[in-house]
Write a protein that binds this ligand. Sequence first.
Ligand code: NAD
Length: 245
Amino acid sequence: TRLRPSSKRCAVIGGSGFLGRHLVERLVDKGYTVTVFDIRQSYTIPGVTFHQGDLCDKQALLKALQDVLLVFHCASPAPGSDDRALFHRVNIDGTRTVIEACQEAGVQRLVLTSSASVVFEGTDIKNGKEDLPYAKKPIDYYTETKIQQEKLVLNACSKERGFLTVAIRPHGIFGPRDPQLVPILVDTARRGKMKFIIGDGSNLVDFTFVENVVHGHILAAECLKAESPLCGQAYHITNDEPVRF
Ligand code: NAD
């Protein structure tokens, strides 16, 4: 006899990445059984199963999603790349494939890592809320594909089909093992290239501690039920007091 899949069984697509690994570690701490799906394996954790594959490959995804009811999608090509075809293939076509694979595998909840940049048009936003429209002129092609990706995931939300979706929109993420943000800032400063100020020095930018971003993802997943207002919604996330949980 086959056991009913447990609601504590989940998969993290992009689980080898900076955010993904923190998410995996926290999920394991919370008693989840975790499967990682990623094009690379960057670590091992006892009890975590790794499936190496491309999220554009539906068959590979279907193998990894067997008996999985909850999926986190936090895979993306590096934002700094200028490979437009890659962004299109992974963030748009690939996300469509992720949605189809989830639906075919019987996944009930999909949590997407989006980006706050989906509402940014180059002018200041302070205390921006989720009712801001998507940027008409996104700042780069990465962001353009993040907008399309978020729309695909949120539009796929269907209470009738029992497939619920939500998106979390962080801006900059910092924390242990950050491969990009802080190391690049420090390196640029060391090379003496941060001696200029754009504007009058009062510009603000939003950074969120990685564990808070993880906390937001897990809260979203655990609150995503047919009767909940989260269904098909996107949420900005930022730091208030760093939350230890
Ligand atoms: P990361 O590069 O550390 O991790 C991304 C992971 O996705 C990598 O492990 C990579 O191997 C995997 N991946 C890429 N293409 C894949 C494919 N085709 N199939 C399977 N796996 C693939 O990035 P991160 O900083 O952890 O970002 C995670 C998510 O958060 C992304 O969706 C990103 O857009 C979003 N985000 C990040 C930041 C930030 O400051 N780091 C800010 C806003 C949004």
